[in-house]
Ligand binder design. Structure first.
Ligand SMILES: [Ca+2]
Length: 287
C-alpha cells in the first residue's frame, strides 16, 4: 500500500490542475476549474427588444450581433474556485463573503481588476484562454435563443431566480414579496434553455467591455468592445442580483462600475475562447 502523502493546499491545487490538464476536461462543477459550456455560433438581437415594457436609452439601438462559437461558464465562479487561486498564491485578494458562506456560493467582493489577476492565474494553470465574456457574449448567453425580457419569458418568479421581489414587473401580476437577502449556491435555480445558470440574478456579473452610453457603433461580431469608450475607467456589469428589483434582471439591462469596485452583490463568470481572439484593441495570443 502506498503511503498517504499530505500536500499543502497550494501543492494539492497544482497537482489537481496537472491531473486535469492530462485529460480534455472543461472544468469540474466541484473543482477549481470553472465549468464551461461551448455555445454554437449564432445571431441575436442585442438591446431592448419590442414587447419589453421597460427599456433604457443605453440599451439602444437594438442591433444584430453575429458571434462565432465560444464557451462560457455554466455558473458564476464560486468562492471555492476563487479561494483555490488565493491558496495557490495566484490571487492577492481574499474576498469577504458577507457572512453568507463560501464553497459553492458565487464569489463576490471582487473587482474587475482582481478578476484579471484570477484569469491570468487560471490561464497559467490550464494553458487555456479563459477571460471575461464580452457584453454581447453575456447577453447572447442570457437570452439563450429567447427574445423576451427574461429567458423565462416576459415575467420572472422567485422560483426561477434569486432577486428581491419587492416590486412587480409590468404585466406579471402580484409580486411575491420574496427576498432571501443573500446569495444562493450556484445552480440552485433552473438552468436557462442552453443549460446555463443564474444569468438572471444571484450576483451581478462583470463583463470585459469598457462602458458605452449606447450601442451606436457597437461591434457586430460580439467581440469585446474596448475602444471609443464613454468611460474607460468603468466596465459593464450585467444580470441583477439578490437585492435587485426584477427589472434589473432583464437580459438587456446594463450597469457599470469602476474597475476597482468591490461589492457584496457583484461577481462574474468566465468565458473561454475557442477560436483566435477577436478582442478589438487588445492584442492577445491565439490558442
Ligand atoms: Ca448572475
Amino acid at each position: 500500500m502506498k503511503p498517504l502523502r499530505i500536500h499543502s493546499p497550494a501543492t494539492a491545487v497544482a497537482l489537481l490542475f496537472a491531473a486535469l490538464a492530462a485529460h480534455p476536461v472543461w472544468g469540474d462543477a466541484q473543482g477549481p476549474i470553472p465549468q464551461t459550456i461551448a455555445l454554437p455560433a449564432g445571431d441575436f438581437q442585442m438591446g431592448c427588444l419590442a414587447g419589453d415594457p421597460v427599456c433604457h436609452d443605453n440599451e439602444q439601438p437594438v442591433h444584430t450581433v453575429s458571434l462565432p462559437a465560444f464557451a462560457i461558464g455554466k455558473t458564476e465562479v464560486t468562492f471555492a474556485q476563487w479561494d483555490a487561486c488565493v491558496a495557490a498564491g495566484g490571487c492577492a485578494h481574499a474576498p469577504n463573503d458577507a457572512g453568507w458562506g463560501r464553497g459553492k456560493r458565487p464569489v463576490v467582493d471582487v473587482s474587475w481588476d482582481d478578476i484579471q489577476q484570477y484569469l491570468a492565474w487560471l490561464n497559467q494553470q490550464t494553458g487555456a484562454h479563459y477571460r471575461l465574456p464580452s457584453e454581447a457574449e453575456w447577453e447572447y448567453a442570457a437570452r439563450a435563443g429567447t427574445t423576451t425580457a427574461f429567458s423565462t419569458g416576459n415575467c420572472l418568479t422567485t422560483d426561477q431566480a434569486n432577486y428581491s421581489d419587492s416590486t412587480d414587473y409590468p404585466g406579471c401580476g402580484a409580486k411575491s414579496g420574496v427576498s432571501l437577502g443573500k446569495s444562493q449556491p450556484v445552480a440552485s435555480y433552473p438552468a436557462n434553455p442552453w443549460g446555463l445558470f443564474d444569468l438572471h440574478g444571484n450576483v451581478w456579473e462583470w463583463v470585459q467591455d469598457c462602458w458605452h452610453d449606447s450601442y451606436t457603433d457597437a461591434p457586430a461580431d460580439g467581440a469585446v468592445w474596448s475602444s471609443a469608450c464613454t468611460d474607460s475607467q468603468q466596465r459593464g456589469i450585467r444580470g441583477g442580483s439578490l437585492d435587485s428589483d426584477p427589472h434589473f434582471l432583464r437580459a438587456a439591462f446594463r450597469l457599470r462600475g469602476l474597475t476597482d469596485l468591490r461589492n457584496a452583490s457583484i461577481g462574474f463568470r468566465v468565458a473561454r475562447t475557442l477560436a483566435p481572439p477577436r478582442d478589438i484593441g487588445q492584442a492577445q495570443q491565439p490558442r
